[in-house]
Design a protein around this ligand. Structure first.
Ligand code: ZN
Length: 84
């Protein structure tokens, strides 16, 4: 990945043995575009589908760590009574 920052390295008095290298602090190479900062801020608002797994008892989709809504089983035992 290309760096957003450039170290400015200069050489002063570059004649023979008097050459002296100096470095100033890192400075952004270009300002962050509107699209870049807006998409960064929008990432916290993004809607995500809830995690899904298959029930080991009835193999219908359910949320992990939740009682299965279709058979009422959790950890291999009947945790809820579900009307058929
Ligand atoms: Zn189930």
């Amino acid at each position: 990945m290309t760096s957003l920052f450039d170290l400015f390295v200069g050489v002063r008095g570059s004649k023979g043995l008097l050459a002296e290298e100096w470095v100033v602090m890192a400075v952004p190479k270009r300002s962050t575009s509107k699209a870049k900062s807006r998409s960064r801020r929008a990432s916290s608002w993004r809607l995500m589908a809830p995690a899904a797994s298959l029930c080991p008892t009835c193999s219908s989709p359910k949320r992990p760590h939740y009682v299965c809504p279709s058979c009422g089983y959790y950890k291999g035992r009947q945790a809820l009574e579900v009307e058929a």
